[in-house]
Design a protein around this ligand. Structure first.
Ligand SMILES: [Zn+2]
Length: 476
């Protein structure tokens, strides 16, 4: 009898606010240890938290974009536990009245679209960071991360395989990036993923006891971890064993989950209402304003690009690869005559150059006006596409002016029929074998001849004219 996976995902995202959630310390990654700290975030006696309004704003943005109900009243709770990176010995979180509930996220699967329900989104504070000395028997602690605002986004156990888990995470990350609430960098810990995995026999309603998997460093590792854990549980159950409720640390290098501890129950944290923060009332006007100001999401952009601008699905996906890429495309498209030409340049050349030069989206700085001018030069036939690619690369790397560059390098398209005809005749005289091949029905020889004519025109020939003249002289 076959088995099916029942998995849920918990995502922690650090919010990209200027300051921390309960104090005025800067929220920044990579600073000297213990430089962005104060009595509040280091848990000094008597220091009182003040909620950062921007954190609530970002939580509302995420909640509304994910179709959640917003709690009219939300409250904070203390989650008590002792650990050296948590100086207060409790974390301020939300248990009984989380800010957002009952959302969903649509993903594409092999069987079509599927809704993954989101149980809740709540606000909490991050902990500090322990730095274990690699050889000496001591550990240092950096409290800069203490009090960095987090959203914990908890899905329902609606995920049935590794691909769905990855699709869910990719979609979620994309939405959060376009909302501007987090930079979602897994390598810097601003997006962290925990998995809850169980299995059940096909047709059964009762899944096994879920285990939790932590410390997963990439979406690919999520796929490996979830597959490994489901396989492990099936093996245990088929051998007549029982699944223990436990937390495992994912060791990606060795492709296995290592038991960390038996999983805590909520009671073990002795949750209690946070007495230093009042219940937060979120009035209807606030929710409506955030809803109204929600930016266009990547999925909506893709649909609009295809419908309104006639751009292909594949290009639309590339153009929405990051908010910066989408912004560059929209600015360029607005400035040029034909948005499809802008799409060719950006989804083709700019995206390729970003990969080639390992340019991060936040470092993408290409002048939209220059790209638009280039798009118009291609669209009006002043230069051909091959030359356009070369100029796009110069704009990307050196910020050249396309008009000047084309003039200085003599790259204008050769559309003079006499010049093109002379080039074609020359090539036909020289390439007797290809001409014979073509006349004997080898279609591919035609492409080769086009290439030779273009080469003799230094890549600047008008492709349509070259094709026409070649056909006339070969077939006529
Ligand atoms: Zn502070």
């Amino acid at each position: 009898m076959s088995w099916e996976m029942v998995a849920g995902v918990e995502v922690h995202v650090e919010l990209a606010t200027k300051t921390k959630v309960f104090c005025g310390c800067a929220n920044a990654f990579g600073a000297e240890p213990n430089t962005f700290i104060c009595p509040v975030c280091t848990g000094m006696p008597g220091a009182l938290p003040t909620l950062n309004r921007q954190v609530v704003e970002y939580a509302l943005r995420a909640g509304l974009a994910l179709g959640c109900d917003i709690a009219p009243q939300t409250a904070f709770d203390r989650k008590n536990y002792f650990y050296p990176d948590l100086p207060k010995a409790y974390q301020i979180s939300q248990l009984s009245l989380p800010i957002c509930q009952n959302g969903s996220l649509e993903i594409e699967t092999k069987q079509g679209t599927k809704q993954i329900r989101i149980r809740q989104i709540h606000i909490e504070e991050d902990t500090g960071k322990l730095m274990h000395h690699p050889t000496q028997p001591y550990t240092l602690v950096d409290f800069n991360r203490c009090g960095v605002p987090l959203l914990e986004i908890v899905s329902q156990p609606d995920i049935s395989d590794a691909d769905e888990a990855i699709a869910y995470l990719e979609n979620l990350r994309e939405i959060l990036l376009f909302l501007g609430v987090s930079d979602c960098k897994m390598q810097e810990g601003s997006l962290r993923v925990d998995l809850n995995v169980s299995v059940r026999r096909q047709g059964s309603k009762e899944p096994s006891v879920p285990t939790e998997l932590k410390n997963i460093n990439s979406f690919q590792a999520v796929g490996r971890a979830i597959r490994w854990e489901a396989a492990r549980q099936i093996q245990v159950l088929e051998a007549g064993g029982k699944i223990q409720r436990e937390t495992r640390r994912w060791d990606d290098a060795n492709n296995r989950g290592i038991v960390l501890r038996s999983k805590e129950e909520a009671e073990q944290y002795r949750y209690m209402p946070e007495p230093d923060l009042p219940v937060l009332v979120i009035d209807h006007g606030w929710i409506e304003r955030v809803q109204r100001e929600l930016p266009e999401l990547p999925r909506e952009k893709r649909i609009r690009y295809q419908k309104e601008m006639g751009i292909s699905h594949q290009q639309a996906c590339t153009l929405t690869g990051s908010p910066q890429m989408a912004a560059l495309f929209e600015q360029t498209a607005a400035l040029c005559r034909n948005p499809r030409e802008a799409a060719h340049l950006i989804a083709g050349e700019v995206a390729r150059l970003c990969t080639e030069t390992a340019t991060r989206p936040e470092d993408l700085k290409v002048d939209a006006e220059k790209l638009a001018a280039l798009a118009d030069m291609i669209d009006s036939g002043r230069i051909n596409r091959t030359v356009g690619k070369e100029v796009a690369e110069r704009i990307f790397r050196l910020n050249v002016d396309p008009e000047t560059y084309v003039a200085e390098h003599g790259l204008a398209m050769v559309s003079d029929p006499n010049v093109v005809e002379a080039a074609v005749r020359r090539v036909l005289r020289e390439q007797t074998k290809s001409v014979a091949d073509y006349r004997n029905g080898k279609e591919r020889a035609f492409g080769y001849l086009v290439g030779q004519v273009m080469k003799s025109l230094k890549g600047k020939g008008d492709p349509a004219l070259v094709h026409r003249v070649l056909h006339q002289l070969l077939d006529g």
